[in-house]
Design a protein around this ligand. Structure first.
Ligand code: NAG
Ligand code: NAG
Ligand code: NAG
Ligand code: NAG
Length: 403
């Protein structure tokens, strides 16, 4: 209400009262720029009480221009122009003077004056040149592929709209708030190279770039929209490890000829579509075979070990991604010797057999002797029986004789 009264008073007594705000409730209807070479530059016109009018340039400065550019969504102010640079306007001179601090979002928050002791004509019409909104940059990768090996450098290129001031170009990774790489661009540059060196597997993902420029008064930055994302993949193949299995009788490091054995290769970090390669280094050459890595580990089967299977076995892991082939380092050598099966009558077996047979013979002898002795005692022989009969008869005879 007080402000509204002030506006009315200002209108009536403008020439006499300096420093009274011009914008009241409902009085201000916006700002526009006309006659410039793009929609963010030109003569500044304000709408007061439904009429468009110009602004006198006596107090016109960068702070006011900064507010106009912000209000129009036109980025930062590059200049505040005086002397009807964009041609004299036709309507009223709506404001004789305006004072902004520069951080206001609209002219309505500035101190504006309809009248002041200035002589103003349309030859004093104020104008602005704003940066306009920044165009979306374009990010690309300066290599024919998007898949990288851990430790390589990725060269990105961010195309920007050339500005008449230095800008900063940032490379962002999706999900990370701070830029990973920042480069400054000279005013004439249409693009900036951004290098991500020594990439690691956790750095694979989606990247984009963005640039900003600094200007206006007080100086501040405006930021471009974000470029379209570019995906990169980082392959880090770890060295596989491997082991072998065979029937348990074989001594460590060897396989019995004719038996089966297995060699299993395993990687700690699998990739889809990869394969394992098993290399056998023999005295007379090298033999390779591959199996698709359907899981973290794969087993090479040898159902019938022969001397041609003897040698040093190595595993490696390979994967084709994005038109490139990546190969891990080879595992440590795994030596496998092929042993002839043990002959049936080895010295140990023979000594076991000898002692076993000796034992059995001894037992038989002892048993036989014992049996013979026992039979002698229990079953009297024909002669013994006869002798006894004789003795009995004698005895009987003797006793008969006595009787
Ligand atoms: C990039 O990766 C994201 C997930 O990280 C995915 O949603 C998007 O489709 C990918 N874009 C391209 C072009 O491959
Ligand atoms: C195969 O050999 C590995 C290492 O020597 C051992 O840990 C594993 O238990 C063996 N597997 C079988 C089925 O014998
Ligand atoms: C080798 O692997 C196969 C299957 O993976 C298994 O049936 C066989 O018992 C293994 N042989 C040995 C000697 O470990
Ligand atoms: C190497 O020797 C093995 C037998 O020891 C034989 O089967 C194989 O063909 C030989 N390879 C070459 C390349 O001579």
């Amino acid at each position: 209400m007080l402000r509204f009264l002030r506006v009315i008073l200002t209108g009536l007594l403008g020439f006499l009262f300096d420093g009274v705000g011009a914008f009241g409730v409902g009085a201000y209807g916006g700002v526009r720029v006309v006659n410039g070479d793009h929609h963010c530059s030109g003569r500044v016109e304000v709408n007061l009480h439904d009429k468009w009018g110009t602004i006198c340039d006596h107090d016109w400065d960068m702070q006011a221009a900064t507010v106009v550019c912000a209000e129009l969504g036109c980025g930062i102010a590059e200049s505040a122009s005086r002397g009807a640079e964009f041609g004299p306007g036709g309507g009223e001179i709506a404001l004789r003077s305006i004072h902004c601090k520069g951080h206001e979002s609209s002219l309505i928050h500035c101190d504006a004056f309809i009248s002041r002791n200035y002589f103003c004509s349309h030859q004093n019409d104020a104008g602005v040149k704003c940066s306009g909104t920044l165009m979306e940059p374009r990010l690309s990768v300066l290599s024919p592929h998007f898949v990288f090996s851990a430790g390589e450098s990725v060269h990105f290129y961010c195309n920007i709209q050339p500005r008449d001031r230095v800008s900063n170009v940032h490379l962002y990774k999706h999900g990370v708030e701070t830029p990973l790489v920042t480069q400054s661009a000279d005013p004439t540059q249409i693009g900036v190279s951004l290098v991500l060196s020594d990439v690691e597997s956790f750095q694979q993902g989606s990247y984009s770039c963005q640039y900003n420029i600094r200007g206006g008064f007080p100086p501040h930055r405006i930021t471009s929209p974000t470029s379209h994302p570019v995906n990169i993949t980082v392959v880090d193949l770890l060295t596989p490890h491997h082991w072998y299995n065979t029937s348990s009788e074989a001594p460590t490091g060897s396989v019995i000829k004719g038996e089966g054995f297995n060699i299993t290769c395993s990687t700690p970090r699998p990739y889809p579509g990869a394969s394992f390669q098993l290399r056998l280094v023999r005295s007379n050459g090298t033999l390779r075979q591959s199996l698709p890595a359907v899981s973290k580990s794969v087993t090479f089967t040898f159902p019938n070990a022969q001397s041609s299977n003897e040698g040093y076995y190595y595993c490696l892991y390979r994967v084709q991604l994005g038109g490139r082939t990546f190969v891990s380092r080879e595992s440590q050598p795994l030596p496998i010797a092929i042993k002839d099966p043990d002959p049936l009558l080895s010295p140990m077996v023979i000594s076991w057999l000898v002692s076993g047979v000796t034992f059995v013979i001894a037992v038989i002898i002892i048993f036989t002797v014992a049996k013979v002795m026992c039979n002698k005692e229990k079953q009297p022989s024909e002669l013994e029986r006869e002798t006894r009969t004789c003795v009995d008869n004698t005895y009987v005879a003797l006793s008969v004789h006595k009787l």
